[in-house]
Design a protein around this ligand. Structure first.
Ligand code: NAG
Ligand code: NAG
Ligand code: NAG
Ligand code: NAG
Length: 267
């Protein structure tokens, strides 16, 4: 008895979760709608159409004897449309819970056929954020490139890519897990504004263009990372100001020493 139960629940799992052969795959964004088509054109009064959902095969709606029945299911309430003529099922304002396998049974002339549709629901795409740790850049290193990172938080079923113009440079993908992704790029100063970071799923994409100037908080930050003619001039100026500042400090220290000595003499 126990064996039988176990055996059955295994079959059920296999059927519900793994390798279900589907007759169609649908990708949909959260908030959008989708329609599953029966392929029928005029349903007769003695035909039967039934839609079920998920691994538990919950009945959601049915046409029998020309009557449409919608089973009261919290997930589908107010989101369900069934076409009386075709039996096509439309789900509106889709949310994450509507992803899974939909099973259609059709009984025509006492012959039953079953079809399955797999629906994947995608979350809205975040806008990729590009940033750079300019503190890595140093005066001494003669650099003409810098590392920038493209970042997206809490994503699943997406690919994150760097493009230079229209050519793909690198990409990274995540499937089920909701994680944060980051993808580095070494960018040359002369290429500074030709790159873009793109996040996409099978339906949509979102792009952020790289603008080096917005990455550096000050001009000096960028100058430390790139050897440009302007940078060299600015560095020289900064260095001269630095020398002046050092001179001022030296003078101040001398003054303090002198005062200190004067005080010692007084005692
Ligand atoms: C269909 O609806 C009619 C009238 O509302 C009713 O008499 C009949 O029993 C229904 N048939 C089924 C199979 O529910
Ligand atoms: C869509 O569904 C969400 C909940 O998943 C709800 O908050 C929102 O009001 C619905 N929008 C419409 C237009 O029905
Ligand atoms: C990312 O997901 C975690 C846990 O699910 C949550 O605490 C955090 O607020 C999310 N962050 C963003 C930016 O959505
Ligand atoms: C982004 O989507 C648009 C259409 O929505 C498409 O024209 C473009 O090629 C896509 N870009 C990438 C990098 O996939």
């Amino acid at each position: 008895m126990i064996d039988a139960v176990l055996f059955c629940s295994c079959c059920f799992l296999l059927d519900g979760v793994f390798g279900v052969e589907t007759d169609g795959e649908i990708n949909v964004m959260e908030g959008d709608s989708f329609t599953l088509r029966t392929g029928l054109t005029g349903i007769q009064s003695d035909d039967e159409i039934e839609w079920r959902f998920g691994s538990s095969k919950t009945r959601i709606t049915r046409i029998a004897a020309g009557n449409v029945t919608k089973y009261d299911d919290e997930n589908f309430r107010d989101r369900l449309q069934l076409d009386r003529q075709t039996g096509d099922l439309t789900i509106t304002n889709v949310s994450n819970e509507h992803g899974g396998v939909y099973q259609l049974s059709i009984i025509i002339n006492n012959k039953k056929s079953i079809r399955r549709f797999s629906v994947t629901v995608y979350a809205p795409l975040p806008v990729p954020v590009i940033f750079s740790d300019t503190s890595q850049c140093s005066l001494s290193a003669e650099r003409s490139s810098m590392i920038v990172l493209c970042l997206v938080l809490n994503v699943s079923h997406v690919t994150l890519s760097w493009y230079k113009g229209k050519s793909l440079l690198s990409s990274i993908s995540v499937s089920d897990l909701s994680i944060s992704l980051s993808l580095p790029l070494e960018v040359e100063y002369q290429d500074k504004n030709t790159h873009s970071c793109v996040i996409n799923n099978p339906i949509r994409n979102q792009t952020t263009h790289l603008d080096i100037n917005t990455l550096c908080h000050t001009c000096a930050d960028c100058d430390l990372c790139f050897d440009t003619p302007e940078a060299v001039i600015r560095l020289v100026v900064t260095a001269l100001m630095g020398v002046a500042a050092v001179a001022a400090v030296v003078l101040l220290v001398n003054d303090i020493r002198r005062v200190g000595r004067a005080q010692t003499i007084k005692q």
